[in-house]
Design a protein around this ligand. Sequence first.
Ligand code: CP
Length: 328
Amino acid sequence: MTPRFRDLLALEPLSADELTFLLDQSKPFQEIQRHPLKKLATLRGKTIALAFFENSTRTRISFGTAASRLGADTMNLQAEASSLKKGETLLDTAYNLNAMKPDCFVMRHFASGAPTYVARHLDIPVVNAGDGTHEHPSQGLLDALTIRDRKGTINDLNVTILGDIQHSRVARSNIHLLGKFGCRFTLCGPSIWVPRELEKIAPGTSIRCVYRVEEALEGADVVIMLRVQTERLHEPSLSTGDRLRRAKPDAIVLHPGPMNRGIEITPEVADGSQSCVLEQVTNGVAVRMAILYLLVTGAAEDGSHPAIPQAVAHNRRATDKVPAKKDS
Ligand code: CP
């Protein structure tokens, strides 16, 4: 049965079946990213509002690209150049954008819970594109998709997260998703960023906090690096480098970006064969296409089976007619 979603605000409330459904729905859209013709007409005539009240490179452009590849139009709020600067409230801004009749509201905000608050007042689906230190659901999904592709599974893995975990919405979404599949977490960073209370944020999930990078990496299947906020760095670098040899030989390294090369990750690791950093970005478009498709068509709400395979098959037939690029 198709799970039902009206909004996508967090991964914590979703079951393992619902999360698997979302990952599976992203697969055909991964295929689209490899096609010479990447555009579908599935959401033609629909409009996605992109309301980013906090800076973003990957997430904003990825949702915009996902909308465009589904055939939808976008309306973009640039917070710095908006009437928020003149004192307009978040809710009035959301009501005004909604009055222009978008079909979905994708928002990032510096305050935890802001997308949930807005969702209570809008009659269209709301997608949380990262809120404060709460969650970043589409990042959690694209990370899981990347891990599943590389490791063949997201079950029972040893996952090490390094960096400022206390303030990381990415870490929370990773823990709430992968924890439901039996993954065990080791969190590591200076104690101010990795307080022991984090061991209790996902009851039923094995989480331990350690304070030595060498210990944290021992036996890891997956290493997730987080951005170190250099403005608050007063401990030695968390850079992986040589220490990565303590992880399993086939361990993979993820980073949600933006990266501080030479601070939390060395170029050798960021660009090495264990790195999945750019795969994460490519998978982000596929995951966001699935999210927008499911929420805007209502396929996830009315329980109907999505027509994604037909749309992708149509594109494949069209692609077959495009002459292959000749080697020079
Ligand atoms: N991963 C991520 O959220 O990056 P941006 O802040 O650039 O969107």
